[in-house]
Design a binder for this molecule. Sequence first.
Ligand code: XIL
Length: 300
Amino acid sequence: AGTLGAQAAQSGRYFGTAVAAGRLGDGTYTTILDREFNAVTPENEMKWDATERSRGSFSFTAADQIVGHATAHGQRVRGHTLVWHSQLPGWVGAITDATTLRSVVRNHITTEMTHFKGKIYAWDVVNEAFADGGSGARRGSVFQNVLGDGYIEDAFRTARSADPAAKLCYNDYNIEDWSAAKTQAVYRMVRDFKSRGVPIDCVGFQSHFGSSGPPASFRTTLANFAALGVDVQITELDIAQAPATAYANTVKACMNVARCTGISVWGIRDSDSWRSGENPLLFDGAGNKKAAYGAALSAL
Ligand code: XIL
């Protein structure tokens, strides 16, 4: 097939992109979006600071625009993200009482998931909960510091109740290299969740790579997580300077793992990227296909 989404669909996978609501009025952007991609992830519009700026006051207008566009164009939606230390309003970070914070987190998850119920393929329930470096420790955050380790499983149980049809994912970066302590720590958590019946369906590998692309062990990492009984997905792919080989290697890593169900890039044109100085995407600023586009398409 001649597009990323159609080619991915031939093996039952999706090929998605991050979408910004503010760009839906740009015809060059939406032309590429609707031609090439069969999945979308709101880049910022479902985050806590966008959806519950003050306690109990929810607004989903920008996210609704993206979900409406996706629905009209047959694109799946990845919900991103419910519990994350970043882009978190100050009022949440200021909570020091565990009972209060637990109820605030549960209400946030339940209200947001209920609003989008039936429209979301997979939710990034918890994002980036582990620290970088060799410790394998949890990242410090208001959730970790006030609620302790149990906050992640509580979030997943709450999410399952709110929308039983949505796949529930843990999402993180720097967990692509099998030998990394952070990868091992996330692996142990997922293994523990599966063994105790904590509801988790998928693990998202953000895959924000440097110009050398994915680590050599990436396919092994995806396969080892999948063997725990979860789907795996490449959720936020971008690669500094977008070398064609690095993109091809990333796509192949997913294609070689049966339970790797989809790949999403983190934006359409280089000019749309949060790393725009590194030109890390598949289309240039004018919307032309780059070499990496052809390499990715051929590897699907
Ligand atoms: C980024 C967005 O692309 C930016 O627009 C925003 O300013 C910051 O967040 N990990 C994630 C994504 O899970 O939500 C982040 O997105 C990139 C890193």
